[in-house]
Ligand binder design. Structure first.
Ligand code: FAD
Ligand code: 2HG
Ligand code: ZN
Length: 468
């Protein structure tokens, strides 16, 4: 391995090849703390050519690569296994915004650009890059593309795959595919760009991307709404769509347990409503500077929701600071649940019409498996996507760990029976690779394996992730 390390140092400079545990620590443990591996080296290339040289050297040495962006992934796909034989390729130094074209509505970036920096570059050009995640201050565009990330703007703008036009990718053998086309129309064969989106680092290292920009939406009307049930939330979604049309930008749900954790663990958080409710919805309308009437539209939605029994109370943001405070209640849930203790995450999606019945019945099933288990349920109800995350009964983290397999199997079996998906937006990573394959048909798994073998015959690109 000394030869490989020498080649890597030649490729990127000796100071960008990290081998000491003290230096590699932050790159080998994931955000959840569940996956802690070891790396032969962490390599930090500064350009596409350097990535290509690193991948070529690893390919020639037969050493596996783990691509990594901001290391905010929630399924352990961006960190190495425990062997100490894998090389982490961190894109963290590739942060160049290559081009912004507001008229064409495109931005071209290095894959290591942090999502918030893409949003800021778009905003500086008078445009919107709509993707929005709680991790946006750390996650990278490469990671967003590799996981096909979702977030709170999917309802209006779609998943990451709907926001990308072209990619630049270093293939597993070190060749560079330049697919950086900024075209809305290109019917010239298989869609290779989309093949790499959601591939979780198993088909190549994404080094650059052309992304879509949209008209800016500087006007907002935002409310935190108490709703009696998931059923009511889904009906309220229909009302909001009817009244607000394309202005409906966000429709997020959280249960009381989730809010309680935020109030307990997030400094400065406070309940905007006087009476507790079992469920809440964060609803936001967004529009261009010429779009008046958003506040009136929101009030009309809430008024009819109260009349129809779909909402019991609401707090409407009267200032940007109040808007941020309402958003913090939603975006703070992951962090608050982590502070609370052991968490068992489930990122599921079902047909929206079935969500309410599913949530009620699975709650009862899980309580039989581990009495007192706390479902911290929240997410993108407008997309049919719930984060059905479990916290232990107070003080019983070990019981949650002991029951984890049974709890997760019960959830996944019921999601599969309901024709849903066990990973709506976080991917399969290491956590769900085996489960992902077991809930797909043999034909589908065979096709995925064939694609993997065609692009990465040596199996060196993120082995153990996505496909078991
Ligand atoms: P990493 O964690 O570094 O890597 C994730 C995967 O992508 C790994 O498999 C890795 O190998 C691969 N990868 C990374 N970069 C590249 C590259 N350049 N080329 C090829 N493969 C690569 N996700 C959502 O979908 N919606 C949310 O609302 C959301 N909210 C979150 C909130 C919090 C607080 C946190 C901690 C996470 C959240 N996430 C969410 C999960 C996570 O932020 C996303 O999956 C994100 O897209 C990961 O980006 P990253 O740069 O951190 O990737
Ligand atoms: C969110 O919607 C994210 O907040 C994170 O997808 C969910 O931490 C989680 O489980
Ligand atoms: Zn989410």
């Amino acid at each position: 391995m000394t030869d490989l390390l020498d080649h890597l140092r030649t490729a990127v400079g000796a100071d960008q090849v990290l081998t000491d545990d003290a230096d590699t620590g932050a790159y080998v443990v994931d955000w959840t703390g569940v996956h802690a591996g070891r790396a032969l080296a962490v390599v930090r290339p500064g350009s596409t050519d350097e990535v290509a040289a690193v991948v070529t050297a690893c390919h020639e040495a037969g050493v596996a690569i783990v691509p990594q962006g901001g290391n905010t992934g929630l399924v352990g796909g961006g960190v190495p296994d425990g062997s100490g034989d894998q090389v982490v390729v961190s894109l963290g130094r590739m942060r160049r915004v290559r081009d912004v074209d507001p008229v064409a509505g495109t931005i071209t970036v290095d894959a290591g650009v942090v999502l918030a920096d893409v949003q800021a570059a778009a905003s500086d050009a008078g445009r919107l890059f709509p993707m929005s995640l709680g991790s946006e201050g750390s996650c990278t565009i490469g990671g967003n593309l590799a996981t096909n990330a979702g977030g709170t703007a999917v309802l209006r703008y779609g998943m990451t795959r709907e926001l990308v036009l072209g990619l630049e990718v270093v293939l597993p053998d070190g060749r560079v595919w330049d697919g950086l086309r900024a075209l809305r129309k290109d019917n010239t064969g298989y869609d290779l760009t989309q093949l790499f989106v959601g591939s979780e680092g198993t088909l190549g290292v994404i080094t650059g991307a052309v992304l879509r920009l949209f008209p800016a939406t500087p006007r907002h009307a935002t409310a935190w709404v108490a709703v009696p049930s998931v059923d009511a939330a889904v009906s309220l979604l229909g009302t909001a769509q009817q009244h607000a049309g394309a202005h409906l930008a966000t429709f997020e749900i959280a249960n009381r347990q989730a809010l309680d954790l935020v109030l307990a663990h997030l400094p400065g958080a406070s309940d905007p409503l006087a009476e507790p409710s079992e469920w809440y919805v964060l609803v936001e309308l967004a529009g261009a500077s010429s779009d008046g009437g958003l506040d009136d539209a929101l009030e009309a939605i809430l008024g009819s929701a109260v009349d129809e029994g779909l909402a019991t109370d609401a707090a409407i943001a009267g200032s940007p600071a109040q808007r941020s405070a309402l958003w913090a209640l939603r975006e703070g849930i992951s962090e608050a649940q982590k502070v609370e203790g052991a968490t068992l995450k489930h990122d599921v999606t079902l047909p929206i019409a079935d969500l309410a019945a599913w949530a009620t019945s699975i709650g009862a099933t899980l309580d039989r498996i581990l009495p007192g288990v706390r479902p911290v349920t929240y997410g993108h109800v407008g997309d049919g996507n719930l984060h059905y995350n479990l916290s232990a009964p107070v003080g019983l983290d070990d019981d949650l760990r002991a029951a984890a397999a049974d709890l997760t199997t019960a959830i996944y079996d019921s999601v599969a029976a309901g024709h849903g998906s066990i990973s709506a937006e976080h991917g399969l990573g290491r956590t769900k690779a085996v489960a992902g394959a077991s809930y797909k048909s043999g034909v589908e798994v065979d096709l995925m394996r064939a694609l993997k073998a065609a692009l990465d015959p040596a199996g060196l690109m993120n082995p153990g992730v996505l496909l078991p």
